[in-house]
Design a protein around this ligand. Structure first.
Ligand code: MLT
Length: 301
């Protein structure tokens, strides 16, 4: 976590120990000494960790997803779990746009080929994004930033999001559609929704079959939103022209079936990995946790 987090805690009069890289057993051993636990994505706050924490009041996740925290167990113990939903939104949206361009112009393959001494100018015929339809699945914090960038790129944006109001769609300059219409019309699809029972496998084999032939798909949201085996088949058949995943059903992704598939691009969950976003989320989590601990009258650890 960026050192600014610890500085904020100390400025607010809260004692801080910085202990990156603890094993689960080491964390369980010491967690009983703390009122608050600030984490990024690697630390798993399991029921066992929570059971070992007598005085823990708050877990702060510097980032958006709280998949690494057992929320039910925390709630049962009265431990508040907070995230920073805004600090890395721009960064993640920019990564989605970067992957969209990487797909449109086959940048990773063209780079590898050129550096291998080939000069395959004819192999890498791309497509423009201008005038194309971007299908946005999820138009919340990150999705709406992607929409604004896409509108700036002169794309048409069609969004599927049950929570998107007509007024907000108008404000963003995008069209609210149902999922089937999005699948049928989109030249590019990008996902910006959490993984829930409703969104798991939203791009299932059946829904991938409903997409327009030649569609290009980006996922910088969560693994599990796309059926990876079905996506591989759709790439192999040529129905899907390209897919770029930053997130995977299983992470760290070491042997994903999509690896090596022509038209497939991957990054290792880099959506939030910019220096700006990491400072933002560190500051936000430290401020929120400090407010909570100090207003809650908790004595310093
Ligand atoms: C988040 O949930 O904040 C992003 O997916 C980034 C991350 O987990 O590192």
């Amino acid at each position: 976590m960026d050192p600014k987090a610890a500085a904020i805690f100390r400025d607010r009069g809260i004692d801080v120990d910085e202990k990156p890289g603890l094993t689960a057993a080491e964390l369980a051993e010491i967690i009983g000494n703390y009122d608050g636990l600030a984490i990024r994505s690697a630390t798993k706050v399991t029921r066992a960790i929570l059971d070992a924490s007598d005085r823990l009041k708050v877990v702060g996740r510097a980032g958006i997803g709280v998949d690494n925290v057992d929320i039910a167990a925390a709630t049962a113990r009265g431990v508040v779990v907070m995230n920073t939903p805004f600090g890395n939104s721009i960064t993640t949206a920019e990564h989605a746009i970067a992957l969209m361009f990487a797909l449109a112009r086959q940048l990773p393959e063209a780079d590898a080929s050129t550096q291998a001494g080939k000069w395959e100018k004819n192999r890498f015929m791309g497509v423009e994004v201008t005038g194309k339809t971007l299908g946005l699945i999820g138009a919340g914090n990150i999705g709406s930033i992607v929409a604004s960038r896409a509108v700036g790129l002169r794309m048409r944006v069609a969004a599927y999001d049950p929570f998107l109001t007509p007024e907000r769609a108008l404000e963003l300059g995008i069209e609210k559609v149902d999922l089937d219409e999005l699948l049928a019309r989109a030249d590019f699809i990008t996902l910006h929704t959490p993984l829930t029972d409703q969104t798991r496998n939203i791009l299932s084999r059946e829904n991938l079959a409903k997409t327009k032939k030649g569609v290009r798909i980006v996922n910088c949201a969560r693994g599990g939103l796309i059926d990876e085996a079905a996506l591989k088949d759709a790439l192999d058949s040529g129905h899907v022209a390209g897919a770029a995943l930053d997130v995977f059903e299983s992470e760290p992704a070491k042997d994903c079936p999509l690896f090596g598939t022509p038209g497939f691009i991957s990054t290792p969950h880099l959506g939030a990995s910019t220096s700006e976003a990491q400072v933002n989320v560190a500051i936000q989590v430290a401020e929120q946790m400090s407010d909570f601990l100090l207003l809650g009258g908790v004595s310093n650890a």
